[in-house]
Design a protein around this ligand. Sequence first.
Ligand code: TRP
Length: 431
Amino acid sequence: MGREKWSSTTGFILASIGSAVGIGNIWRFPYIVGSNGGGAFLIPYLISVFLFGLPLMVLEFAIGRRTGTSVVAAFQSIRKRFSVAGFAVVAIVSLILSYYLVITSWVLAYACFFTFGRPMEFGAFTDSYLPLAFFLLSGLAVFATVRSGVREGIEKVARYLIPILVVILLVLVAFSLTEPGAPDGIRFYLSPDYSTLADPAVWTAAFGQAFFSLSVGMGVMLTYGSYLEKGNLFRSASVIAVADMLIAILAGFMIFPLVFTAGLDPAAGVNLAFVTLPSVFTEIRFGMVLGALFFAMLFAAALTSAVSMLEVPVATVMDSYGYPRRRATLLVFAVIMLLGLPSALSYTALELDLFGIPFLDLSDYVFGTVGLIVAGLIMSIVGGWFMDRARICGEIGGCGWQQRVYMVLIRYCVPAVLLITLVGSFLRVAG
Ligand code: TRP
């Protein structure tokens, strides 16, 4: 049987947008903008996305399409001994998935709570064993999607969920902008403070957010590219990057007006989504409906991202060990659920932690921040330095000056920026 392919370029682009648009766009990006110089932050962010994130995405697509296989086998076909590096990338993305799924399951839980009009306080929720039930439930949703295959699972889910997500987002933005807190919210979100551009930490925050948000450097895009036949990779990657950025920017236009309307302080990360926003929704008019819509949208975003992460190890087990898809999915799913268990339990009454840090937060730092950068480095070095140049050129439309500029970006700029981000992430912890 030949390798499965996307049904069309549109299907491929939608699935990739599904991967890119995730929790990172909706709750992480707006907050990072608000606390790193507002509108001014868009400058380093745009630079990061188009100069560094996008080239890495194109490289991954090119490796995937050229080798027609997933991470480990692709690396192996570049140099035999690189399979180890491939396994490292697969391990990192699997570990990221193990805790990303925990957050996805909380989102699902809150979507259900608001749909039934009974929001639960976050502490009460995590103290119960309800999170475990939802962990299993959302794991099963991701599992079922990947098990159905590239066209019938991954592509189909994205074709339905991405348009729904965009419609919900537009409805929520339209509503938020008519609320009394809108002017203050937008002032907090976007008032530019250009002095922050002199702060290196702002730049590393922009780099990190761009790589995370575009899902690049982790083999996701390589694997998706391996199901691709033809088409201009730069064009597809640009559509994906622009869509990813627009959705992130729009998310801020819905979040901050609501937070300021309820007279609350904008919080960071987990607290913004599960503490601040739920209390916003219990206070404002139509709150239950808005809450249900918001968490349904967030679940759609998280599900399509989790699916893309699961596809990386699943495709690896299929390509490198010859397992059929169903058996590969079951095996990987079981491993991921076990790996995720400590994170899933870390906020419950059991309070699993290591060195006093909840497992989930620790995973987010070790795998989602440091691991992500390390994997990106591996990807850019293996692809940029060791893959035959002629083969890359063949995938990106020739060897003209544009391609030469591109190679400089991939070989020198992207690894340099990743190294700087790595140092920045260590300093943030030390500081
Ligand atoms: N991009 C997604 C988000 O913004 C997260 C994500 C999906 C991801 N796949 C990834 C991050 C692979 C790193 C690697 O939420």
